[in-house]
Ligand binder design. Structure first.
Ligand code: ZN
Ligand code: ZN
Length: 279
């Protein structure tokens, strides 16, 4: 029986560098080592472009944009130190996770120049500059301002494509996050207009040779399947796109959680479990 290696292509958030993470970066890496991960991509959130895009927990802590930029610089430096320090126990890739909102794309290009990450995770957490994954009320507000939930999906996938084309991130994070507070998402993905955009974005991901994150954090937040939903996984497999587990861990308890479940889903669908590396 072949046992796929444990890896994570997205996650390892830590409390020194992320207001909603629980444990330190050193503790996080220790947890990955203890659980026998072969390799892990540490992908802390990018700092915001401006005060407007700070999250409420960051505002509450009085964090300014300048302070968050300096904090991010400390993250990149410390993660590089740990990459070298723990190299005989685990392969660490030093990365970060993007935002996609006004001004984010040129800012990510600047961050890449300034910090030379091993790779980045391209994620969309905002649609038309409104956060969609914070709470159901924010989600509804975004949908209503765009003309409904279907319109929210269409905008989401258009902004995702723009981000993919501009940045070609080695990993596309939680591809179908837009379904987060939509109890009818199964039906939604059968809408021809939405399906056309899903297909278009997947084909671009294939053409650019990018990896899809099988984001396991969804399973800890009450979803019955990770991002990606199975109909999208089937299309990714058909297109030959590599799909790799990502725990999106924000605490040591989330390291390895649902990994067996995620791997079993991919094996059942016939995915290659030799896991394409992001760098
Ligand atoms: Zn986070
Ligand atoms: Zn994310």
């Amino acid at each position: 029986m072949h046992h796929p290696a444990w890896v994570s292509v997205h996650g390892g958030h830590s409390r020194e560098f992320c207001a909603h993470a629980a444990d330190t970066l050193d503790q996080m890496i220790g947890a990955y080592i203890d659980q026998g991960y072969a390799w892990v991509g540490i992908t802390e959130h990018m700092p915001p472009v401006s005060d407007r895009f700070r999250y409420p927990d960051e505002v509450a802590l009085g964090l300014t944009v300048e302070a968050m930029h300096q904090r991010f610089a400390r993250y990149m430096a410390l993660c590089r130190q740990y990459q070298a320090r723990y190299a005989d126990r685990i392969t660490i890739f030093v990365g970060f996770e993007t935002e996609t909102y006004s001004g984010a794309i040129p800012f990510v290009k600047d961050l890449r120049k300034e910090f030379s990450p091993d790779y980045i995770v391209g994620s969309v957490h905002h649609v038309a500059n409104m956060p969609i994954d914070t709470c159901p009320a924010d989600y509804q507000a975004a949908a209503e301002s765009l003309g409904g939930v279907e319109a929210l999906y269409l905008h989401y996938f258009d902004e995702q494509l723009e981000m993919i084309d501009a940045l070609a991130p080695a990993v596309v994070g939680h591809f179908d996050l837009v379904r987060i507070f939509d109890t009818d998402y199964g039906k939604r993905f059968r809408s021809p207009a939405i399906q056309a955009r899903v297909r278009r974005n997947l084909e671009r991901i294939r053409d650019l040779g990018l990896i899809l994150d099988l984001n396991l954090a969804a399973l800890s937040k009450g979803a019955t399947e990770p991002y990606l939903t199975e109909p999208i996984l089937l299309q990714a497999r058909e297109l030959g796109i590599p799909v790799v587990p990502g725990d999106d861990a924000h605490s040591i308890h989330a390291v390895g959680r649902h990994m067996d479940d995620g791997i079993a889903r991919l094996m059942k669908l016939g995915f290659d479990t030799s896991w394409t590396r992001p760098a």
